[in-house]
Design a protein. Structure first.
Ligand code: F6R
Length: 632
């Protein structure tokens, strides 16, 4: 399908709630390849005519696969960038071009250093202009875009505040390039890059909404579940300055390219019965009835015939009615997801239980992309699995060392130094020199410098210690923990990780050695360049075709992403107040991780409240899981 030069608003019945053209792709790779092919075609077309192309570019995780594909086209298919001029959307204010988190540096790393674009054709807002000259410098940026002939295509990502560029809520439709204060949510999202929210710049220079809308063509990409809600608001909601991406609705050549996870909240995906005819299997029926009950704020069993008809779900009654029968069917479906026996209940009839009774005990393998993820997502369930006699192993896929603050490393090194000085003496020289070395390296690199290997290693070990403590709270001993330290993470940085064969083979070995009956993991709907998504991909690639896998069930938990909604849950493990308290206790062991990251058991309480509102039993908390099946 042609993305570029396609008419802005051509719609099917299915898309009728969407006010900007939206193409949904199975994954970000395919979408990025198609976009890169189209951009490449435009570049070649103009080259043939001796004309130039002006591209507006974005930074962040989203365009990374697109840039990788442009680089591939350059290397393997001879695409030249001699006739290309680029203008980037934005830059953090106060960061020098060679700062490792500056967008200048990002663009060099991700694209410019790998293609033959003339350096003088690259334009990025200047984040170092003194305050009293920012305004003039912004005007000059606008003028330069004009002088280049205007933007042919502007590539965009979308922030969770709905920003394009850094046009945070409140940016007007005709705003131009200017300095802006970054929203709290945006700074939180950048916290991992800057090793803590406190280090994220407060200001940025950004093209305005008006500058962006002047581009002849706009392509906004979004990947992963975390973007689903804001994509829905931007595409289906009102045009408002509270969501600057909603202004794309008023552009006559704008397209959203999104993956299935980012599309999950669009009407055509969430409520397909509102836009066409659907096949009413169990999953679709559950989805519709849960939606209806929530909308009416009633338990499932109290929804009546008229309410089905008045809300556009009447067709379901024709297919499977009457209402009480459909309601009971869904009630039972929900009821059967609830189990206090996540590993299966030995000796019980398991025909309506999420997990098989046999074998018992099971070999259970829990993957945690960063050391804390598994405890955030399923701390209570870990405790139950252990208590119910299963052989639980937790494999921490990455060391998570980039998460650990300098302060934590400094604290450890100072304790070692002091020990060596106070109780040491002869034989402690090694420890003393190690501690001094770490302290020296921390001081040399400064707040934003890259951690030298030794410091990174120490930070990883600190987190290991915390993971051991957390695991012990959940009943898992040290011998049951595996620290995989996958190489892609050790060699990379946030947003710039690359999965390798070595990573996959570590996973393959572990799976082959342990041959689990049950696996728990996360990352299936994460932003594809996040380490959680890469860990998930490594798992998929490491799986054998058959053998032990035939006797294994795979369960997905949610870490950072939006919690599973009631209609998506295949297994709901209820938690008592005491179990929830135990989970909090295990999470508190991760002292070197920002508390904000450890989304506390409030999410589990909310899932329990959702079940309660639908008419299920009232629990203190619920940890929710979805069954994973390999797609054919
Ligand atoms: C980047 C930019 C931002 C990002 C947005 C999404 O130049 O202007 O609007 O596109 O914050 O960021 P990622 O892609 O990291 O999710």
């Amino acid at each position: 399908m042609k993305i570029i030069d396609s008419p802005g608003k051509r719609q099917t019945q299915q898309e009728r709630y969407e006010k900007t053209r939206t193409l949904i792709y199975p994954d970000s790779g395919l979408a990025s390849r198609e976009l890169a092919a189209e951009v490449g075609e435009l570049i070649r077309l103009r080259q043939a005519k001796g004309e130039s192309v002006v591209l507006g570019l974005a930074t962040g995780s989203t365009p990374v696969p697109f840039y990788r594909e442009l680089i591939r086209l350059h290397r393997e298919e001879g695409l030249g960038f001699g006739n290309v001029t680029t203008f980037n959307l934005d830059e953090y204010y106060g960061l020098a071009p060679d700062h490792r988190e500056s967008y200048c540096q990002f663009m060099r790393d991700q694209l410019f250093d790998h293609i033959d674009i003339p350096r003088e054709n690259i334009n990025i807002p200047d984040g170092t202009v003194p305050l009293d000259r920012v305004y003039d410098s912004c005007l000059a940026y606008e003028a330069k875009i004009e002088a280049a002939g205007g933007l042919d295509i502007q590539i965009l990502g979308i922030g969770r505040t709905g920003h394009i560029g850094f046009n945070e809520p409140g940016s007007s439709k005709d705003s131009i390039t200017r300095m802006i204060t970054l929203d709290r949510v945006t700074r939180k999202d950048a916290a991992a890059d800057f090793l803590g929210e406190q280090n994220v710049p407060r200001f940025a220079v950004t093209m305005g909404v008006g500058t962006i809308l002047k581009a002849r063509r706009l392509v906004l990409m979004a990947w992963g579940e975390n973007k689903a809600e804001i994509v829905r608001e931007a595409v289906e909601g009102e045009v408002t300055d509270q969501v600057s991406a909603s202004f794309l609705q008023e552009h006559d050549n704008a397209t959203f390219l999104i993956d299935t996870a980012a599309a999950s909240r669009l009407t055509r995906r969430s409520y397909p019965w509102l836009v066409g005819s659907v096949s009413w299997d169990d999953a679709m029926t559950r989805r519709a009835v849960v939606w209806l009950a929530k909308k009416l704020e009633k338990p499932v069993l109290k929804v009546i015939e008229e309410e089905y008809n008045e809300t556009g779900v009447g067709e379901l009654l024709t297919a499977a009615g009457p209402a009480y029968q459909v309601n009971i069917g869904v009630f039972n479906q929900l009821q059967h997801t609830i189990t206090g026996w996540p590993g299966g209940k030995p000796g019980a009839d398991d025909s309506n239980r999420p997990e098989r009774a046999q074998p018992h005990p099971k070999r259970v393998l829990i993957f945690s992309p960063e050391p804390h993820d598994a405890f955030v997502g399923m701390g209570g369930t870990i405790d139950r699995l252990v208590e119910q006699g299963h052989e639980v192993r937790i494999a921490t896929q990455t060391s998570g060392n980039l998460r650990v603050s300098d302060v934590a490393a400094y604290k450890f090194a100072s304790v070692v130094r002091e020990m060596a000085e106070i109780i040491g003496g002869q034989g402690w020289e090694g420890q003393l020199s190690y501690a001094n070395d770490i302290i020296g390296q921390l001081e040399d690199k400064g707040e934003f410098g890259l951690d030298p290997d030794r410091v990174r290693k120490l930070k990883g070990l600190i987190l290991r210690g915390e993971a051991r403590d957390a695991a012990r709270v959940c009943g898992v001993g040290d011998e049951a923990l595996r620290f995989l330290d996958m190489p892609f993470y050790e060699a990379g940085r946030y947003r710039r990780f690359n999965l390798t064969d070595a990573d996959v083979s570590i996973m393959r070995d572990l799976l082959g050695d342990y041959q689990p009956h049950q696996i728990y993991l996360t990352g299936d709907v994460a932003d594809p360049s996040s380490l959680q998504a890469l860990c998930f991909r490594a798992f998929e690639q490491a799986l054998p075709e058959d053998g032990w896998l035939d006797g294994c069930r795979v369960w997905l938990y949610r870490g950072k992403e939006a919690p599973l909604a009631a209609h998506e849950i295949d297994m709901a493990v209820p938690m008592s107040p005491d179990q929830l308290a135990l989970k909090s206790q295990s999470l508190r062991k991760f002292q070197s991780i920002n508390a904000d990251e450890l989304e506390t058991p409030e999410r589990n309480r909310e899932t329990a409240r959702e079940y309660d509102r639908l008419g299920m039993a009232e629990y203190e908390g619920i940890e929710a899981f979805q069954r994973w099946r390999r797609s054919k």
